[in-house]
Design a protein around this ligand. Structure first.
Ligand SMILES: [Zn+2]
Ligand SMILES: [Zn+2]
Length: 307
């Protein structure tokens, strides 16, 4: 009887050990990172490991990749105009809502607003992962309207990850600002039309939506900083190092081909738990079974357009 107990204990201990090893193991090893992602912090490729003959003659990543050049050329004046308009509307709505909120701010609400801010940043991180995953994994640049205007930047970003660091404020942030417009508009509409008692009643909830919109709007700027290895302001580096915003080393895990994990790009807080739950993998398996579509088929096609 005692022997059985000891054997069971031994089995339980070894199961706990293997679980701990799995949990503590890096999602991508240093070698996987070196072999399957662009060395953004090492532009002269001093630390590069030996690669195939093809990798040495045809660029696998970067601005000289033929697919990246083709995608960069698809950025049109029409798209630029849409981004400018969205940024203008979004900033106006942020200013208007800020005024409505500031005049109603009470000291006794501050702790609830801090909770609303925390929930807002976690929701933004999850939302960034969901949209990023959907755009990376499904659809194609050939799709009418959606493809050229909204999926193209995701394809370009995988084969030339540092192109984002050469994009200006409008190209970087236009689409994220656009996503927040309906939410910010609804908040303004409520402030203008609802009786004051009702506004007061759902004030913390309003703060949550407002802060969520701000974090969503800031997400691609934060993502751009995670690719910027030179010349970042020290306060941005401080926020990255303290994991308040997406850290550079953390985001490198997403950029390891085939780009199948670590999609959250606001704070990156949810990347590890979602990976442990195999969240994206399960979602992809269900969609592939239901539709027959292969995940990342279009992404792979663009990555292979090297010459
Ligand atoms: Zn991606
Ligand atoms: Zn990135």
């Amino acid at each position: 009887m005692d022997e059985i107990k000891v054997a069971n204990l031994g089995q339980a201990a070894s199961a706990a050990c293997s679980m701990a090893t799995n949990l503590l193991a890096p999602v991508k090893t240093e070698r996987q990172i070196y072999e399957n992602s662009m060395l953004e912090d090492d532009p002269n490729a001093n630390s590069v490991v030996s690669t195939s003959q093809e990798d040495r003659t045809v660029p696998r990543w970067g601005p000289n990749h033929k697919g990246a050049q083709e995608l960069a050329n698809l950025y049109s004046t029409g798209k630029r105009t849409q981004e400018c308009i969205c940024i203008g509307i979004c900033i106006t709505l942020i200013i208007v809502n800020s005024i409505f909120i500031l005049v109603r701010l009470r000291l006794e609400n501050l702790s609830s607003i801090a909770i609303a801010a925390f929930c807002g940043i976690v929701t933004a991180d999850f939302g960034s992962g969901l949209v990023h995953w959907a755009a990376d994994t499904w659809g194609s640049v050939e799709l009418p309207i959606l493809g050229k205007n909204f999926l193209r930047p995701f394809r370009e970003h995988h084969i030339d990850p540092t192109s984002i660091t050469r994009h200006d404020f409008i190209e970087t942030n236009g689409d994220n600002f656009m996503v927040t417009i309906p939410f910010l508009y609804k908040l303004t509409w409520d402030f203008l039309t609802l009786p004051e008692s009702e506004i007061q009643q759902k004030f913390v909830w309003t703060c949550y939506w407002f802060l969520l919109a701000i974090f969503v709007a800031m997400t691609n700027q934060i993502h751009k900083w995670s690719h910027t290895y030179f010349g970042l302001p020290s306060w941005v580096i401080w926020l990255q190092e303290h994991r308040v915003i997406l850290p550079r080393k953390h985001h490198r895990v997403h950029h390891v081909a085939p780009h199948e994990t670590y999609f959250c790009i606001t704070t990156g807080w949810l990347n590890w738990p979602l990976e442990q739950l195999r969240f994206w993998y399960i979602l992809e398996t269900i969609i592939e079974k239901a539709t027959g579509c292969k995940p990342r088929a279009d992404d792979l096609k663009w990555a292979q357009k090297r010459s």
